[in-house]
Design a protein around this ligand. Structure first.
Ligand SMILES: Nc1nc2c(ncn2[C@@H]2O[C@H](COP(=O)(O)OP(=O)(O)OP(=O)(O)O)[C@@H](O)[C@H]2O)c(=O)[nH]1
Ligand SMILES: [Mg+2]
Length: 257
């Protein structure tokens, strides 16, 4: 749906040119790959290794940061052994973990990905290219890139995501068509300047709505979704998380921050 820009006058201009021009200090990274993670012992080591291998192979100065709030399955130690910097987060929830990861990250750019094995972390080049080109937020689109058989429950694929992403596109002028994609890149200082507040899964929507309202440069990229690692359990609670997304989309359109 193409509607007029809801907030024609950006509250803050996009910061992308300045971000791309900032010099990197010696101990800085260009890219921090942030993995929010709760009890992903089955998958996290492979995710960390895959991300580190991509950094090395692509010749990119970077790090892998795992943001964990209270995993009880030993996955913090597993992630650290695989080479990640593990950040302990006091507040529960996906959003709290991503926000803490953004704060702790040292990279000019941050690429956020689920730590459940569902995203291909060996092919992050297009995300980095899009960020280097000056986009402030680049969100994956799994429907454009391909969803492997069994990787997404039927109700999420055909009901929840289309309804919520459709509502998001109705209310906000955005190129994003997959509001809940867990693979997304951003310019770190631009994202921090948005002062995101969500603690739960609705942070995925808040990143898009806040960036749009502030006039940042937002883009999307096709991305594939693999089946998550066997043996892990989903953290998504479709009904309550869906309602949190709806409340955020509507609340931020007509008021609030
Ligand atoms: N730190 C932290 N991470 C979380 C929390 N909830 C979810 N995560 C992580 O956020 C990512 C997304 O959660 P998933 O359970 O994969 O949610 P989803 O991708 O919407 O649903 P699936 O279809 O089951 O994969 C995973 O890496 C989780 O480990 C949380 O409360 N704290
Ligand atoms: Mg997942």
């Amino acid at each position: 749906v193409d509607l007029p820009e809801p907030h024609a006058a950006p509250i803050v201009p996009g910061v992308s040119p300045a971000v791309a021009d900032l010099p990197l200090s010696a101990d800085d990274s260009e890219v921090s790959i942030v993995l929010p993670r709760l009890d992903e012992a089955a998958a996290v080591a492979d995710c960390v290794r895959e991300a580190l291998a991509w950094l090395t192979g692509a010749g990119v100065a970077g790090e892998v940061v795992v943001a964990d709030n209270g995993s009880r399955d030993g996955s913090p130690a597993i992630a650290a052994a695989a080479g990640a910097r593990v950040v302990a987060v006091a507040t529960r929830g996906y959003g709290a973990a991503v926000r803490a990861g953004l704060t702790a990250a040292r990279g000019r750019y941050v690429i956020v990905a689920d730590a459940d094995g569902s995203y291909d972390l060996s092919g992050l080049g297009p995300f980095l290219d899009a960020l280097r080109a000056g986009n402030d937020l680049v969100v994956g689109n799994r429907f454009a890139g391909g969803v492997a058989r069994g990787a997404m429950p039927w109700a999420n694929r055909w009901l929840g995501n289309p309804l919520l992403s459709g509502l998001g596109r109705l209310l906000y002028a955005t190129p994003v068509r997959d509001f809940h994609c867990g693979l997304r890149g951003c310019a770190r200082v631009a994202m921090l300047a948005l002062d995101l507040r969500s603690d739960g899964m609705e942070l995925a929507s808040e990143m898009i709505t806040a960036a749009t309202r502030r006039g940042l440069r937002v883009a999307e990229l096709p991305t594939t979704l693999r089946a998550a690692a066997p043996g892990r359990s989903s953290k998504l609670r479709p009904v309550s998380d869906g309602l949190r997304h709806i409340r955020l989309l509507i609340g931020r359109r007509w008021g609030g921050r």
